[in-house]
Design a protein around this ligand. Structure first.
Ligand code: C2E
Ligand code: CA
Ligand code: CA
Ligand code: CA
Length: 279
């Protein structure tokens, strides 16, 4: 800046200015992104690890910014969460994914569930249960075809009425799973009280499980927790055949990751659906 004004007050330090400014700029353009059709929903297959058969999909948001190109959700979802924009954005993702999957089901291309990521802020939003109910109705999708992935720390947040919300979603017939499992501060007894049907092993454990004893041990422990509580299990971030084989041997049936496919735009995912087997 050429001038700093009369006071010596500094709004930002050289350290923070780049990221703080970028954040502000992104927040500002994120407001327009929804209206201007810059958001997209991509799909990553979930597969049966032993066979490579496609059994489900995770919906992942993408932002095609006019100047910045594709912006990662890791960059803009936290901004959306801080600004409440996550509520309309989350609603849009859910509707888009439900509509898309209804269409694939009608054409008998896909019989699995679609998983949508839901952040804490979205779940705390007063009308979230009604929103899910209305979305399923409007899109003509049976509730059992929708999965909501909730991160561990959110699901464990006892004070927020979260357990009550999860119970109401469960009553709707939606499948609930805990995302990034193993990275939060879960107490296992708490897990028993939550109406969740599945766990997702965080990709940080999967990444090195074929060469790191601790990661292998944690993965084994998560597999046995899931088994003893009767929960479904998906391993994330499966990139190598060694990881796939290890997971199958240990009893984890389902996974997703670059070994099978990256997340894909709807049209490309549809082409995969015609193949069924990705191994
Ligand atoms: P997540 O839910 O844990 O999603 C998994 C991330 O891992 C995705 O990144 C996916 O593209 C990536 N991934 C999949 N397979 C592999 C693999 O084999 N190796 C590696 N290294 N990565 C893999 P993405 O799409 O960039 O999303 C990042 C995070 O942003 C998500 O993490 C989720 O927390 C959040 N997110 C994405 N879409 C949405 C959304 O619609 N709503 C909300 N609330 N959050 C979203
Ligand atoms: Ca997820
Ligand atoms: Ca995850
Ligand atoms: Ca994650």
């Amino acid at each position: 800046a050429k001038e700093r004004g009369k006071s010596n007050f500094q709004f930002y330090t050289p350290d923070m200015n780049a990221s703080a400014l970028e954040r502000l700029r992104l927040e500002y353009s994120l407001h327009k992104a929804l209206a201007q059709d810059e958001l997209e929903v991509w799909y990553q297959p979930k597969v049966e690890l032993a066979t490579g058969r496609l059994v489900g999909a995770e919906a992942l948001i993408r932002w095609r910014h006019p100047e910045l190109g594709l912006v990662s959700p890791a960059r803009f979802i936290p901004i959306a969460e801080d600004s409440s924009l996550i509520v309309p954005i989350g609603e849009w993702v859910m509707k888009t994914a439900c509509r898309q999957v209804r269409e694939w089901r009608e054409r008998q291309l896909f019989g699995g569930r679609v998983a949508v990521n839901v952040s804490g802020r979205q779940l705390k939003f007063a009308g979230v249960v009604e929103l899910v109910e209305r979305t399923l109705e409007e899109c003509g999708l049976p509730s059992a075809a929708l999965e909501l992935e909730i991160t561990e720390s959110v699901a464990m947040d006892e004070d927020s009425g979260m357990v009550e919300v999860l119970h109401r979603l469960h009553e709707l017939g939606v499948y609930l799973s805990i995302d990034d499992f193993g990275t939060g501060y879960s107490s296992l007894s708490y897990l028993k009280r939550l109406p969740v049907q599945g766990l997702k092993i965080d990709q940080s454990f999967v990444a090195d499980l074929h060469q790191n004893r601790d990661d292998a041990a944690i993965t084994q422990a998560i597999i046995s927790i899931a088994r003893s509580l009767g929960l479904g299990l998906v391993a994330e971030g499966v990139e190598l055949d060694e990881q796939r084989r290890y997971l199958v041997e240990q009893g984890c049936d389902t996974g997703q990751g670059y070994l099978f496919s990256r997340p894909l735009p709807a049209a490309e995912f549809e082409a995969l659906l015609e193949r069924q087997y990705l191994a």
